[in-house]
Ligand binder design. Structure first.
Ligand code: NAP
Length: 258
């Protein structure tokens, strides 16, 4: 049993949460998938690499008995979120999902929601110039596009790119003026994004609005049932403070609950 809070990370929220918990005196271990070559590291302890599915994460939780797990991974990181729900339920470790809200359509926005990257690719197949910002994973869904495609990602994709792709490696936050200039420079006709939410990459939406451009947004995967969800770091910090000792325990050790 440890008083440690395990933060499943890889997002700005996760880094802000780790910093807030460390500032409050908590023992924090952040977990990163290890996908990004040069990740922004959170404060506190850090471990890197997958756990080996739900079974592996359950084994890790049973061995280390953290006080709680906060799943602050990206809204589209559905596999680790599903693993966390299964592993936490199995081991009795309290789990919170910290997930920022999706973006909200405003006046002047020309948004179309789709359910998958494949559907997004179909929606823009006739466009002459696409700004593709869905990240390097799954970019192969757009490989068949014949127009110009400006592919922006943090690290280079290892999936096939469209024939006329131009790769732009960049990490947010981005400014609206820069996004407008980028879209003008490349004659962008349509923007494709995941509904990631958050301020880091929101500027492209304001730029598209300013230029009157349509945006195709991929809907988020559903959350696992039965997991408490909060939208802000402050709510997640408050949740960790409400955890209390029950003394009940399991054969692996004592447990904490809400
Ligand atoms: P995913 O599909 O849900 O996860 C794939 C596998 O990567 C998981 O099954 C797990 O491996 C491992 N993994 C993911 N997050 C982990 C973490 N925080 N700590 C340890 N292992 C982790 O996730 P993804 O979409 O590949 O994203 C990978 C990471 O990048 C996540 O941490 C996410 O927060 C971050 N991220 C994702 C996106 C996105 O658009 N998907 C955008 C920005 C940042 P095991 O099964 O072996 O445990």
């Amino acid at each position: 049993m440890s008083g440690q809070v395990l933060v499943l990370g890889g997002t700005g929220e996760a880094r802000r949460l780790a910093a807030a918990l460390v500032a409050g005196g908590a023992d924090v271990l952040s977990s990163l998938a290890g996908r990004v070559a040069d990740p922004a590291l959170p404060e506190g302890g850090v471990r890197v690499g997958g756990f080996g599915g739900a079974d592996g994460l359950a084994g890790w939780l049973a061995e280390h008995r953290p006080r709680a797990v906060v799943d602050a991974t990206h809204p589209f990181a559905a596999r680790i979120t599903a693993s966390a729900a299964v592993a936490a339920a199995r081991t009795g470790v309290p789990l919170l999902r910290l997930q920022r809200p999706g973006w909200t359509r405003g006046p002047g926005d020309r948004w179309t929601y789709v359910d998958s990257l494949d559907e997004a690719a179909g929606a823009v197949r006739d466009a002459g110039s696409v700004l593709l910002t869905t990240g390097r994973q799954g970019v192969g869904a757009f490989a068949g596009l014949t127009g110009r495609v400006l592919v922006r990602s943090v690290d280079p994709p290892d999936e096939p790119l469209p024939a006329r792709a131009v790769l732009l490696l960049a990490r947010g936050p981005f400014a609206v003026d820069d996004e407008v200039a980028l879209m003008r420079e490349h004659g962008v006709e349509v923007v494709v994004t995941k509904d990631s939410g958050g301020a880091m990459t929101e500027a492209k939406l304001a730029a598209a609005r300013a230029l009157g451009l349509p945006v195709v947004l991929v809907r988020r995967p559903p959350l696992p049932a039965g997991v408490e969800v909060v939208a802000t770091v402050a709510e997640a910090v408050a949740w960790t403070k409400r955890l209390r000792w029950t003394g009940a325990g399991t054969e692996d050790g004592p447990s904490w609950t809400r």
